[in-house]
Design a binder for this molecule. Structure first.
Ligand SMILES: Cc1ncc(COP(=O)(O)O)c(C=O)c1O
Length: 357
């Protein structure tokens, strides 16, 4: 990234992670140009288009199992639809979410989002929501009962502080939801699409959800989101899903191109490898720093928890040519694109070491 004065930045913010495939990825740009040249930007979801068909086929290539795919525009919309599907499929009303979770800013998504600063006076959807402790494989059993429609979870808390779930925890949640007839919704808007080392984050965790969401980077920067539902839980009537722009040609073409990049460029493997290098680099450069409380890395979700709010460190990083973002109350978060190289990682770790002197 370059600013208006020509200053160069290493963009490890990547538009809240949406530019995971890099800015101006030539494959994405070419796909979008083709749609623009056709002049066809708005097609109602009730009509099939070659672009939408191709998007579905492409997503099928990276998603094991048989799924129904719904196309929407933003992450929060995908979460709303996922919750509706669970409520309809189970005939139940209660939702279990986790402390530290973030699922979006519309009313339903806010009601399963933990942070009171986001919830404000708005979180109310008329459905009971309880928040269980994250990463506790034992207590989840006490929260999921016969009234529970779904448990919604991130495999790595993103906004909540870059906190990876333990495998044992995710598997315990899967087990208890199956036992009680509740659906497991994995919100893969941030951790999905290669970012933590697998096409979908749940693949890395060895579980299969009943419903999952995707967004952010799946269109290479073009706004688009998905809800994927296992066939057997696809309970919605035609009148219960609709979206004027959902699956529009631009978004669909971008998704198909993004999947091609993901496969051809082995994006998940690269994310995993660069994440390991990033972690090693941070651990060595930040060793002994009193201000650092913890370093948490899962693929290219990278968090450095400080002992104080990260605002000044983020400003200093920006002054030193590194764009990063905040997570939780005290964590510096990096969401780099997969094209990041070792020298970039070194530069970022050096800058952070200097900024938290
Ligand atoms: C896990 C998760 N779910 C949902 C959302 C909401 O996505 P959007 O901002 O596209 O509505 C986000 C955004 O950060 C997210 O990280």
């Amino acid at each position: 990234m370059w600013d208006d004065k020509g200053r160069r930045y290493l963009d490890l913010h990547a538009g809240h992670g949406a530019a995971f495939l890099g800015h101006a990825n030539p494959k994405i740009i070419a796909a979008i140009r083709e749609v623009l040249a056709s002049g066809l930007l708005a097609v109602a979801a009730s009509f099939s288009t070659p672009w939408r068909e191709k998007a579905a086929e492409s997503i099928g290539r990276i998603t094991p199992g048989r799924w129904i795919m719904y196309m929407l525009n933003t992450g929060t919309e995908a979460v709303e639809l996922a919750l509706k599907i669970a409520i309809k499929a189970t005939g139940r009303r209660k939702i279990v979410a986790f402390k530290g979770s973030f699922h979006g800013r519309t009313l339903g998504s806010l009601s399963v989002t933990w942070n009171p600063a986001y919830r404000g006076v708005f979180a109310a959807n008329g459905y009971p929501v309880v928040f269980a402790p994250y990463n506790d494989p034992y207590s989840i059993d006490n929260y999921v009962d016969d009234d529970t429609a779904a448990v919604i979870m991130e495999t790595v808390l993103g906004e909540g502080g870059v906190v990876p779930a333990a495998k044992e925890f995710v598997q315990a949640v899967r087990k208890v939801t199956r036992e009680r007839g509740a659906l497991l919704i994995i919100d893969d808007v941030q951790a999905g699409f290669g970012r933590i080392g697998c096409a979908w984050s749940w693949i890395c965790y060895g579980v299969e959800p009943d419903v999952f969401t995707a967004g952010k980077s799946i269109g290479g920067g073009v706004p688009v989101s998905l809800v994927m539902v296992k066939h057997e839980f696809n309970a919605l009537e035609r009148s219960e899903y609709g979206s004027t722009h959902g699956g529009n040609p631009l978004a669909s073409a971008a998704v198909a191109a993004a999947v091609e990049v993901l496969i051809n460029d082995r994006v998940p493997e690269k994310a995993s490898r660069m994440g390991t290098i990033f972690e090693e680099e941070l651990k060595s450069k930040l060793e002994g720093k009193r201000l650092v409380r913890d370093i948490r890395v899962k693929g290219l979700m990278v968090g450095v928890e400080l002992r104080k709010p990260p605002g000044p460190a983020l400003k200093c990083l920006q002054d030193n040519g590194i764009l990063a973002l905040k997570a939780g109350a005290t964590t510096v978060r990096f969401l780099p694109p997969y094209i990041i190289e070792e020298s970039d990682v070194e530069e970022a770790a050096d800058a952070l070491a200097k900024c938290i002197e």
